[in-house]
Design a protein around this ligand. Structure first.
Ligand code: 5RP
Length: 232
């Protein structure tokens, strides 16, 4: 099975958690895209849900699927968010933001009673950090923020290169919120809580991709079948 088939299988399992009348958060990325596509099928079949997208890309896809959309201001409390992840461990701590949508993804996840991660099995790790940690920063004062982020990473006992994410045209990648992303190539994150706390003290850091204590469950699709973690 290729990765895409596995991602769709995880998305299909998460779809079984969706009930009529639910207020949903829709994630971003190639796995979440499968969920939105499958949800669209159900909506066209009569399922009545309302959804808050976590990116402009997901908004466009959900709109094209005919899914009724709302803002988080209209519905500040959601029943269920389904989203992908770049890495997750068995404690359901995540690294997210590979697709650049971490800020809205984290706000939406935090506003949801349940957050279910969908992924192929390759995203499951014993320790976070192999995937570069995305850190969303304000463009103003970028160099000062970069240095302060490097110090915060050192304070948390980690180390590694910080790279400004580029768009395809070599200009800095710009998020939906108009910010830049520094990708921290740490290799391993021994103390995710300490790192999250240290990054939160840096002026100019808008958000980071450590999602700690937000996911309530996960569906991982492997060659041997579906594996669930937490409350699914
Ligand atoms: C986007 C994300 C995605 O959920 C993450 O990058 C996983 O993407 P994919 O499902 O394409 O592997 O955090 O900001």
């Amino acid at each position: 099975m290729n990765a895409d088939t596995l991602k769709r299988a995880a998305a299909a399992r998460a779809l079984t958690l969706v009930e009529d009348g639910m207020k949903l958060g829709l994630g971003t990325g190639s796995t979440a895209k499968h969920f939105v596509s499958l949800l669209g099928d159900r909506v066209r079949g009569g399922l009545d849900v309302i959804a808050v997208p976590t990116s402009e890309a997901t908004r466009a896809q959900a709109q094209a699927e005919g899914i009724r959309l709302a803002t988080l201001d209209e519905f500040p409390e959601l029943d269920l968010t389904v989203d992908g992840a770049d890495e997750l461990n068995d404690a359901l701590d995540l690294v997210k933001g590979g697709g650049g949508a971490l800020l809205r993804e984290k706000i939406v996840a935090a506003a949801s009673r349940r957050m279910i991660v969908i992924a192929d099995g390759s995203k499951r790790v014993a320790r976070l950090g192999r995937f570069p940690l995305p850190i969303e920063v304000a463009p103003f004062g970028l160099e000062a923020t970069r240095r302060a982020v490097a110090r915060a990473i050192a304070v948390a006992g980690a180390s590694g290169e910080l790279r400004l994410r580029s768009a395809t045209d070599n200009a800095p990648y710009v998020t939906d919120g108009g910010h830049f992303i520094l990708d921290a190539h740490l290799g391993t994150i021994e103390a995710p809580d300490a790192l999250a706390a240290a990054l939160a003290t840096v002026p100019g850091v808008v958000e980071h991709g450590l999602f700690l204590g937000l996911a309530t469950g996960a569906v991982l699709a492997t060659e041997d079948g579906l594996v669930t973690l937490g409350d699914v």
